[in-house]
Design a protein around this ligand. Structure first.
Ligand SMILES: *Cc1c(COP(=O)(O)O)cnc(C)c1O
Length: 369
């Protein structure tokens, strides 16, 4: 039995020698950033892989979220989920926008469309939902509400790389979708991110905003930011893309082994897929219910004692952090499902290099209790 520590995720690194030719190319080009050839090539290949028409690459997902809000000139209040990584709401605060928290659905753990309307005020201008764990939101229902109230939709799609429904990429929904290519994500460029744009004009505006607002050498049209992805990051993305299908296939295998092994355990609830045609198996969340012999935190500790470092995504809720918890919508009574999920959730290790042996070690710990 191996006693190697197992973490919730581990970045997928192709063999180092495969990256050397990319670096040699950059050295030959002497172009390090500002939309160089690697950057252009990655945009092209990602559009083809994801099945989208326009993409703008970024240095990280958070700057991409900030810029998406700027691109659509979102102001006032934005409806969002407390059950996410803190960058979702932080991107609103950085733009001087007030987040309004709405509770989640107990099955998908995504924003509950039935609760959105009650949170809309004259100040509401947009909705920022999250495809949590890569499970698609109720995209049609959310679109209907946005249409009725003339609201924008920006999806935080940081978990949703490569996810498809029967009509194609789920990144096509809403006004904009934002990806993260952080080291911990399914597809990574060390640090990185992107905005999926509906048309060339929107992409052009976003490309200006991520380059200080420059449109040419002497013209600045907006107070833009530096959101550019470097050539080294883009090159690593090109290499990752060559391996992505194999990496996703292994994740899928791990997901199905977990499901098979854990399905029968009393008190362990699995989250069912939300009907997507193609999932990305980016996380393996389980809910520890009251009839399991250990509490969620006891299980978390039990795993830790055996060198398995699971993570409580998402606990605490965003609405519990000091810069949010005074808001009316952050009150516990407004978010019962989110609180319940945050208290039960634990994400088990899943990544392409996770061995069958480690997987067995993890499922055994859960079963032995
Ligand atoms: C990772 C993540 C982000 C932030 O992306 P970075 O690339 O790390 O800036 C935003 N939202 C969610 C839901 C995430 O998981």
């Amino acid at each position: 039995m191996s006693d190697k520590p197992v973490f919730v995720t581990q970045p997928y690194l192709p063999p180092l020698e495969e990256f050397v030719p990319y670096l040699e190319q950059i050295w030959a080009n002497k172009i390090l950033t500002n939309g160089g050839p690697m950057h252009q090539q990655l945009e092209k290949e990602l559009c083809a892989y994801l099945g989208v028409e326009h993409i703008a690459l970024f240095n990280n997902g958070t700057i991409a979220l900030l810029t998406a809000l700027q691109a659509l000139r979102v102001t006032g209040e934005v409806i969002t989920t407390p059950y996410s990584f803190v960058a979702t709401s932080h991107s609103l605060l950085w733009n001087g926008i007030k987040p309004v928290f709405v509770d989640i659905d107990s099955h998908t753990l995504n924003l509950d469309p039935a609760k959105i309307e009650a949170a809309i005020t004259p100040q509401t201008t947009a909705i920022m939902p999250v495809h949590c764990y890569g499970n698609p939101c109720a995209v049609e229902a959310i679109q209907k509400i946005a249409d009725n109230y003339n609201l924008r939709i920006i999806y935080d799609a940081a978990h949703a790389f490569g996810v498809k429904d029967s009509g194609g990429s789920i990144l096509r929904y809403g006004d904009l979708s934002v990806l993260s290519f952080h080291a911990t994500k399914v597809f990574n460029t060390f640090e990185g991110g992107a905005i999926i744009c509906p048309d060339a004009k929107t992409k052009q505006r976003i490309d200006h905003l991520k380059n200080f607002g420059f449109v040419d050498e002497v013209t600045v049209v907006a107070p833009g930011i530096n959101g550019k992805m470097s050539e080294v990051n883009a090159a690593f993305g090109l290499l990752q893309l060559k391996h992505i299908d194999r990496a996703l296939a292994r994740r899928r295998e791990i997901d199905s082994i977990y499901r098979e092994e854990l399905r029968g355990i009393k008190g362990i609830r699995l989250i069912e897929e939300a009907g997507q045609l193609k999932a990305n198996y980016s996380y393996f969340p389980v809910l520890v219910e009251a009839d399991y012999p250990l509490s969620r935190d006891e299980l978390y500790q039990r795993l830790k004692d055996k060198d398995v470092f699971a993570r409580r995504y998402f606990y605490p809720l965003i609405s519990e952090f000091p810069m949010y918890r005074g808001m009316v919508s952050a009150q516990r009574s407004n978010l019962p499902v989110s609180h319940s999920a945050a208290e039960k959730i634990i994400c088990l290790p899943i990544y392409p290099d996770l061995s069958d042996e480690s997987l067995h070690r993890i499922t055994s710990i859960l079963k032995e209790v």
